[in-house]
Write a protein that binds this ligand. Structure first.
Ligand code: ZN
Length: 234
């Protein structure tokens, strides 16, 4: 790709981000509270509540309501990063481990007034990485009436058509998770989300260019993409 073409793409993404930022709909307010750290690290802030999903590496010191882990892989489950949270912060995961509350696929809880549901997350082709039998989790956060879906490490799976949501955060890596960027786009469309946000790129797999391509492909399908800004590591 030429530098001019890349520049044009960056501008189109920036223009989109600015456009999304200017309209004060509840969904746009929700996406403003989403930032992404290393790999699949997500920080979700909603009306003063703060949640993390799959925090790894350096995490800012702050008041946190709860942490959710999707599965055991070291690029999602980082005991050293978890040890930096206040010991009173509950940590939920679909497996047993020290200082973790087991939260299995199919279960729902309410934390700080927010309902969170654990949903299936697995590979269909690349079963060696994320077999369904492991019971890995994606999560749906219900922020008032907005359903925010964090897919975890998954390929495009049939259950996504039953996960009706407003915002879908899907992995972009094509080695361990989605088979392709197109599959990531189709996953967003499956959920009927009006905004798709890419994650799981620029670390173990996937690139920043993939994220731009994801946004462009969503636009061609009449949907919208949003690249979450980086987590501020205070
Ligand atoms: Zn994984």
């Amino acid at each position: 790709m030429s530098s001019m073409r890349r520049h044009q793409l960056s501008l189109s993404v920036l223009a989109f981000v600015l456009c999304v930022s200017c309209a004060q709909t509840p969904i746009n307010t929700a996406i403003k509270g989403i930032t992404r750290g290393d790999n699949a690290t997500l920080r979700i802030e909603w009306q003063g509540k703060v949640f993390y999903v799959d925090p790894i590496g350096t995490i800012p010191s702050e008041r946190v309501d709860a942490v959710f882990i999707s599965h055991r892989h070291s690029d999602h489950y980082d005991p050293v990063a978890l040890s930096t949270f206040n010991p009173t912060v509950p940590i939920y995961a679909p497996f047993d481990a020290k200082n973790i509350t087991r939260f299995a696929v199919g279960q729902k809880i309410v934390v700080a007034g927010i309902e969170i549901e654990a949903v299936p997350s697995y590979n269909i082709e690349k079963k060696q990485y994320h077999p369904q039998k492991d019971g890995n989790a994606g999560y749906i956060f219900t922020l008032d009436h907005i359903r925010l879906y964090v897919a975890g490490d998954t390929e495009r799976i049939p259950e996504m058509k039953d996960i009706i949501c407003d915002i879908a955060i899907v992995p972009l890596g094509q080695k361990y998770t989605m088979r392709s960027i197109d599959d990531a786009v189709e996953s967003v469309l499956d959920t009927k989300a009006s905004i798709g946000i890419p994650t799981h790129y620029g670390f173990a797999e996937g690139t920043d260019s993939d994220a731009i391509s994801f946004v462009e492909k969503l636009a061609k399908r009449g949907s919208r993409g949003f690249i979450a800004p980086p987590l501020k590591k205070k």
